[in-house]
Design a protein around this ligand. Structure first.
Ligand code: AMP
Ligand code: MG
Length: 351
């Protein structure tokens, strides 16, 4: 199969035609990659179990790891859930459309192939206009996990998607670089207390403003072993990983730079290709041939936006070992570190 990449910005008439065409591919059971404000999604018809199976196959994703169903309008919600709790309505009112996914009880119409066998369904309404137009053109219900191959860093540009999905899907809608760069916040609203399953742009404080007290799933803290059962099945899998070995070095700034420089020196002596992921403030303190600056510590949104692209760049450069600083920033630090810790397979060195 040849994968076409088509730009979807600039010309209103052409864009409308593209959405119509992309919608037809979905209605026929095909797959299309779409831009959203979080990361690129790999879209199929959420109500067609064969489409969901194709998504798992294209991503190489384990089939017990459920897909998020994307809708374009609030009116679409009642058809796919069996009840809408008051707290879900309040969250939707405040944060939809936006980077928030809610887990609710599913209705019969949603196939178990989409929910990974669960009786609940994760639902999100993206803010991205291209995504919403496309969802409407495709019949209203799009299952879309992140468009990366399973285990790899998520895609924040159409080029990333093409790298992972060339030959696997019919069309990539190129909406340019995404805005946020980390996947949506996921909250489970089916239990006694709302439970945060995956941190994202919408942080716990923002959720608590609307919901009152919430729980935080234990897997988010980063302590994870083989026997752990996180409520979001996807959280147990290795994820976001570059091909090289990634280590997080955590501690006071001077100690971190000194430790990383010491490690880098050892790799260089052995002629190994090594890289450092640093911030704008610290990048000049390293003695390494490859130093990637993810942004200023005073601008955490830029760090979030650049993180996956930098991890992917490490693969292009074929580095065998990567050392990164920790980015425990005030607002999005929980989301950033959740991705980084899992990308590093929990290899954290405290100094
Ligand atoms: P991705 O599609 O790559 O953004 O990953 C989707 C995430 O949502 C995974 O971690 C899933 O385990 C989680 N998820 C999707 N549906 C559910 C659900 N019904 N209950 C709990 N977690 C879910
Ligand atoms: Mg993903």
């Amino acid at each position: 199969m040849e994968t076409r990449v088509v730009k979807a910005y600039g010309d209103e008439k052409k864009d409308r035609e593209l959405m119509r065409e992309a919608g037809e591919i979905i209605k026929k059971g095909g797959l299309v990659a779409m831009p959203t404000e979080t990361v690129y999604g790999l879209a199929g018809d959420a109500l067609n179990k064969e489409s969901s199976k194709k998504i798992y196959a294209a991503k190489g994703r384990p089939s017990d790891n459920p897909l998020i169903v994307h809708i374009a309008d609030m009116e679409a919600l009642p058809k796919i859930v069996s009840e809408i709790p008051e707290k879900a309505r309040a969250l939707a009112e405040k944060y939809w459309p936006g980077p928030l996914t809610m887990v609710l009880k599913k209705s019969e119409i949603v196939p178990y192939e989409t929910t990974g066998g669960l009786d609940t369904v994760a639902v999100r309404m993206p803010v991205n206009n291209i995504a919403r137009e496309f969802i409407r053109a495709a019949g209203g219900y799009i299952a879309a996990p992140s468009a990366n191959k399973s285990g790899r860093p998520s895609c924040t540009t159409a080029e990333h998607v093409l790298k992972d999905m060339a030959g696997e899907i019919e069309l990539i809608i190129d909406g340019g670089a995404v805005g946020i760069g980390l996947e949506s916040t996921i909250v489970d609203l089916t239990g006694e207390l709302p439970c945060l399953l995956r941190p994202g742009y919408i942080n716990p404080q923002m959720l608590e403003e609307i919901l009152g007290k919430i729980e935080i799933d234990t897997s988010i803290a980063g302590v994870m072993d083989e026997k752990a059962h996180p409520k979001a099945p996807g959280m147990k899998y290795k994820h976001y990983s570059p091909k090289g070995e990634l280590y997080i070095i955590e501690g006071p700034e001077a100690a971190v730079t000194a430790k990383i420089n010491e490690f880098v020196k050892k790799h260089k002596e052995k002629n190994e290709k090594v890289a450092v992921i640093a911030s704008e403030e610290t990048k000049d303190s390293y003695k390494c041939d490859i130093i990637k600056d993810v942004g200023s510590r005073r601008d955490e949104e830029t760090i979030a936006h650049n993180l996956f692209a930098v991890l992917r760049e490490m693969d292009e450069l074929e580095v065998s070992t990567i050392y990164t600083e920790a980015f425990d920033t005030p607002r999005m630090g929980m989301a950033i570190m959740n991705r980084l810790i899992r990308a590093a397979g929990h290899k954290i060195i405290k100094v």
